[in-house]
Design a binder for this molecule. Structure first.
Ligand code: GLU
Length: 491
């Protein structure tokens, strides 16, 4: 039997969970589920200043919200723990001692100022800034004198000269790097904390990770990591670097392009199904034209062979189009639940309503079901049911009310509606028919003034939807007010 596929998602808990991180997590999750392999969630918290437990929790909550579960990780444990890097310091230390003893790494006492001076010198000679190996072969005396001076050393990896490092990448094929372009890099900082390029290798090796699927920005780190794998005698995993995510203007996705964190999209009321569907298409394309995928369909269809090399473009219109599909798929209850926090935030409801008021709110909210891309759009989509004090959208609209036939139309409307026990779409339709028949007016001359008088706008939902929701009193009150505003004799 082939060995088990083991994948990992290894976020640094240093801030909001970026949509790109979610995409990496999703690709790993899809592969794990497709192959029957395992997904490990490892927390890379070696940046002590920027890492926080709060951010770790946010990431896990966002993953759960998206429906991306894991098989081993900080919260659930597993056979290869601990799964938080700061709890693995002893492990890293053992390997560092080995590398030092084998002469594959060395202590470096250079100060930040010395390193900066070296960088500037190289830059002045138009050479690539890199560490030139000043501390590679310190004598015992030099070491002792640095120690006496109280300098705290880092540990640097001794990069072998003249080597070609070939990274086999599932997305990019063989990518060749020259070791001569890489200076001896720090693997352990002076406070004893390992650097990313070092800890990641030990973790991936000890956690038996077979496939490292991550963002393209880590491709340039990979040759360093390969050198560490080789030096420690670990087999390298298969790598797959998935393309950058660009904004529509083809610059790197950033805050300028709108919401960038999963949390922001959650707050805007996007469906996790919509986000997952959209993220899957960021860099991966199916064999077919299909764009709407359930998560089960994604697991079936996904493969690294169809992951593209070129950058993925984050197209918010596409996300909205996809998400609208999932909004429409919601049951009315689900849709109302999605709307609720947004309706409360905009002051359209308190959340304490019951009885008739609640039933009315539900009906109002449902009217927007086919028209919104995400839940935060709902309050403005239904605003007209709350605002009796609206303005006309323009002069053209108010002019509609000055037509000669308007008072007759309105009078008939009032009269007909007043006789009804309850107002619904069917009998409103009947009223319109009656008015048209009696006055011999065209449809537009009947509908348009009523629409403008009720909403201030010449476009909008069906009147047969609006009038039953406004009810008799508000319908009459709105029409009276609008006629007055338009300077038409009051009824
Ligand atoms: N902690 C790294 C990051 O968040 C993970 C990189 C990797 O997957 O190797 O970018």
């Amino acid at each position: 039997m082939d060995k088990e596929i083991r994948l990992r998602f290894a976020p640094s808990p240093t801030g909001p969970f970026h949509i790109g991180g979610a995409r990496s997590a999703l690709f790993n999750w899809l592969l794990a589920r497709k192959t029957g392999g395992k997904l490990v969630l490892r927390i890379e918290d070696t940046d002590l200043e920027r890492s926080s437990r709060e951010s770790e929790e946010n990431i896990m909550n966002a993953l759960r919200w998206l429906g991306l579960n894991w098989d081993e990780g900080v919260d659930i444990g597993g056979n290869y723990g601990p799964y938080r890097q700061t709890e693995r310091l002893n492990l890293y230390k053992q390997y560092t001692e080995r590398l030092l003893a084998e002469g594959k790494a060395y202590y470096c006492y250079c100060t930040d100022e010395e390193l900066e001076a070296e960088r500037q010198e190289l830059a002045a000679r138009s050479q690539m800034p890199r560490y030139m190996g000043k501390c590679r072969s310190l004598t015992k005396e030099q070491t002792a004198s640095y120690e006496r001076a109280g300098r705290k050393p880092t540990v640097r990896f001794k990069v072998p000269a003249g080597r070609q490092i070939v990274v086999n990448d599932l997305v990019r094929g063989d990518v060749v790097f020259e070791s001569d372009g890489i200076g001896d890099f720090v693997i352990v900082k002076s406070d004893g904390i390992p650097t990313y390029n070092y800890a990641v290798v030990i973790d991936d090796a000890l956690m038996r990770i077979t496939h490292v699927i991550r963002a393209e920005e880590h491709l340039s780190n990979t040759p360093r990591q390969c050198l560490v794998y080789d030096a420690l005698g670990f087999a390298r995993p298969v790598f797959g670097h998935i393309s950058l995510i660009l904004g529509k203007d083809r610059t790197k996705m950033s805050k300028r392009h709108g919401a960038t964190s999963v949390e922001q999209y959650r707050r805007l009321g996007y469906s996790p199904k919509g986000i997952v569907n959209f993220l899957a298409l960021l860099g991966w394309a199916p064999n077919s034209e299909q764009e709407i995928f359930t998560i089960e369909e994604l697991v079936k269809a996904f493969s690294m062979e169809h992951v593209a090399k070129n950058p993925a473009v984050f197209d918010i219109d596409k996300l909205n189009w996809i998400n609208q599909h999932y909004m429409r798929q919601m049951s009315e209850e689900e849709f109302f639940e999605a709307a609720k926090p947004h309706m409360i935030e905009k002051g359209c409801m308190t959340g304490q309503e019951d009885g008739e008021k609640l039933a009315w709110l539900k009906k109002v909210v449902y009217t927007s079901k086919e028209h919104v891309a995400y839940a935060a759009q709902i309050p403005s989509a239904v605003a007209m049911y709350f605002d009796d004090d609206f303005d006309f959208e323009n002069e053209q609209a108010s002019a509609v009310l000055t037509e000669e036939s308007v008072p007759t139309v309105m009078k008939m409307l009032f009269e007909q509606l007043s006789h009804m026990e309850s107002i619904d779409a069917a009998n409103v339709k009947g009223v319109f028919k009656h008015i048209q028949k009696t006055t011999k007016l065209g449809g537009k001359s009947v509908f348009m003034p009523i629409r403008v008088a009720l909403t201030g706008n010449q476009h909008g939902p069906e009147l047969t939807e609006i009038i039953p929701l406004l009810g008799l009193e508000r319908t009459i009150a709105r029409i009276r007010r609008s006629l007055e505003k338009a300077g038409v004799m009051s009824l």
